[in-house]
Design a protein around this ligand. Structure first.
Ligand code: HEC
Length: 257
């Protein structure tokens, strides 16, 4: 018995795989060259678009000019005011750490009042103006330092030396407690000085009172008077240099949210 013939009815010489490949390649080439598209998805001619655009333009201009389609009042709510986010906006300037805030204020006062004589680096000039860097009266008791600023100084200075004409004019005119507190904190923590503490507004207020109550009010202080009456720390609670304060008033302020 012979086996049934399962061979398909194809030419012996035909390579089926190759034939399939050719059919696919030809279809692809045709699609590329003839841009075959499905019915209904043919590209639209440019002139059709132009014709459609004309009525749209006319309709738009009529609605826009006559109606209020694009009017400001129809796109923005009247009297609308943006409310700032809570917190920062209401409390004024962003609070800063106390030491930085006091020093920023003091730096301005120093530039305005002291720079001219003691110099931008506070090193003085060795002949007419003493250095404030490392000065015992700057770094020592705060009441003595405050009295020199507010009333001026009739030499000698802390080193025993007398500079220039031997007189520093009073610098207290127009100085607020905040100004004085910032200035003293700045000089005590800048130019190589670093006491690390703050002369508070409370302490500066006391300094202004002590200065006004001096027996020789209106006259420059002398080394003798400083030693006898003012070799003290100004009264007041110390302030944590890291506590957040309002940069304008230097009063403690809640931290920014
Ligand atoms: C017009 C020039 C002038 C100005 C402005 C001035 N000073 Fe003086 N300052 C002097 C002179 C001069 C002396 C030394 C006086 C002496 O020899 O008797 C002095 C001395 C001092 C001393 C004493 C230093 C020590 O170690 O004995 C301090 C502290 C001081 N000044 C701080 C200040 C500060 C702070 C300011 C700004 C608020 C300031 N001065 C503004 C001229 C000035």
């Amino acid at each position: 018995m012979s086996l049934p013939n399962h061979k398909p009815d194809l030419e012996d010489a035909m390579n089926v795989t190759e034939a399939h490949g050719r059919v696919i390649r030809e279809a692809a080439a045709t699609a590329r060259e003839k841009r075959i598209t499905d019915n209904g998805r043919e590209p639209v001619s440019l002139w059709v678009l132009v014709v459609c655009a004309v009525p749209l333009l006319i309709a738009g201009s009529i609605l826009g000019a006559g109606g209020n389609l694009f009017a400001y009042s129809s796109t923005f709510r009247e009297n609308y005011v943006r409310t700032p986010a809570g917190g920062a906006g209401d409390t004024g300037p962003v609070p800063k750490e106390a030491l930085a805030a006091f020093m920023a204020k003091g730096s301005k006062i120093y530039s305005a009042k002291c720079n001219g004589c003691h110099g931008a680096d506070a090193k003085g000039d060795g002949a007419n103006y003493p250095s404030l860097a490392g000065s015992k009266w700057v770094l020592g008791e705060t009441e003595r330092f405050a009295m020199v600023i507010l009333n001026g100084l009739q030499g000698p200075t802390s080193s025993g030396k007398t500079y220039g004409a031997g007189v520093m004019p009073a610098q207290g005119a127009g100085m607020t407690a905040e100004d004085l507190a910032g200035l003293m904190t700045y000089v005590r923590n800048n130019f190589g000085n670093s006491t690390g503490d703050i002369v508070t507004v409370e302490m500066a207020t006391a300094a202004l009172e002590i200065s006004a109550a001096r027996a020789k009010a209106g006259q420059a202080v002398t080394a003798d008077e400083l030693a006898a009456d003012h070799a003290k720390a100004l009264p007041g609670e110390p302030l944590d240099p890291k506590v957040m304060v309002n940069t304008a008033t230097l009063a403690p302020a809640p931290a920014a949210p």
